[in-house]
Design a protein around this ligand. Sequence first.
Ligand SMILES: Cc1cc2nc3c(=O)[nH]c(=O)nc-3n(C[C@H](O)[C@H](O)[C@H](O)COP(=O)(O)OP(=O)(O)OC[C@H]3O[C@@H](n4cnc5c(N)ncnc54)[C@H](O)[C@@H]3O)c2cc1C
Ligand code: FES
Length: 279
Amino acid sequence: MIDKKVKVKEIRDLGSRNYLLTLNTPEQARLVRPGQFIMLKCVEGIDDSPLLRRPFTVFNIYRQIRSGKPAGLELLVKDVGAGTHKLVQMKPGGMLDCLGPQGRGFQISADMRNRVELACLIAGGVGIAPLYLLAQSLLSQNVKPVLFYGGANVGDLVLREYFERLGMEIFFTTEDGSFGRRGLITEPASEYLKINARKNIRVYACGPWGMMKAVHLLSAQNNLQCEVSLEARMGCSLGACLGCVVRSRDHLGEEQYLRVCQDGPVMNSRLIDWDTIPL
Ligand SMILES: Cc1cc2nc3c(=O)[nH]c(=O)nc-3n(C[C@H](O)[C@H](O)[C@H](O)COP(=O)(O)OP(=O)(O)OC[C@H]3O[C@@H](n4cnc5c(N)ncnc54)[C@H](O)[C@@H]3O)c2cc1C
Ligand code: FES
């Protein structure tokens, strides 16, 4: 894990309060694994508010055009509050404190191609953020990823061209019917799992709590392993403050609390008590 000041290369407005922020930081980019995050101070001055850094998943590693070597990080940022609002107003050349990469990402092993035929990636809104590096990694392991991407409206379905360029099969839904099929993303995902019931499938999800709970239940009904990338408010991100805990049960059914920053953000969905939403 590296703690350093990094330079803002570019910030692109994607609409509907979503932004793609590119940071120059080759050392951190080299270390990133799919599903990991960084902690970013959203303002330049060390004493400027908000004081606490905010967590952001690494959406993509951008590379030098000639050498193909990692040059920096691309982050999808949704402007939802004080910190993200200041962050999206940064200009190219601005400097930000960046700690990471950190956290437990998706479990990807070299022998996966022998055990997994299909990977269903299910995203709600900015929950798309951890799934692009995951899709790339699955493809490099010869596992076929299929994307299910849902939002309230078309404005929520950002960066879909990245996945289209990978040549993946993609299902889109919007609640208002402005793009793709009208309804919730769990509907086509459920149908797909039924049609492909004989295949060895693994499920990955990121999005609002209710969506991930529904995906967990769907996976459990179909007896499939499911990994979810969780969000929780973070203080230290180092495992000390316990501000980010999620309620869980151990293998004996005893209550325990897992830290999203250290034990996650990616966890097996069966570990989580889905009836207790984190703070
Ligand atoms: C591991 C992890 C990865 C994340 N990745 C991304 C990402 O790739 N892109 C992205 O846009 N956001 C991501 N988030 C959420 C992001 O960290 C929060 O939106 C951000 O911290 C809000 O800061 P703020 O100062 O703008 O909001 P605040 O003013 O602090 O709060 C504004 C609103 O956002 C809610 N909120 C604040 N923090 C969180 C949080 N951690 N999770 C959920 N809701 C929160 C508050 O409840 C409140 O309603 C991630 C969170 C975690 C834990
Ligand atoms: S944020 Fe402090 S323990 Fe996770």
